[in-house]
Design a binder for this molecule. Structure first.
Ligand SMILES: [Zn+2]
Length: 67
């Protein structure tokens, strides 16, 4: 039986929402294996969470289907 795994941040184990998952795919590549939560992703990319959320809005405006 296949159990669907919940996507979790591989650094802090936080559960990920759709936006975080979309951002990981968008910024790290669609085949990304390790997902980061928003704050770990911000840390990793050396930006702020606000920067990431602004990016999400940009991607949404571009009609990105990941969000
Ligand atoms: Zn995290």
């Amino acid at each position: 039986m296949i159990r669907e795994k919940l996507a979790k941040c591989y650094l802090c184990d936080a559960e990920l929402d759709k936006i975080s998952i979309g951002l990981n795919k968008k910024l790290l590549g669609r085949n990304v294996k390790r997902f980061h939560c928003l704050s770990c992703l911000a840390n990793y990319l050396d930006v702020t969470v606000e920067d990431l959320l602004a990016k999400v809005e940009e991607f949404k405006e571009q009609g990105c289907k990941l969000f």
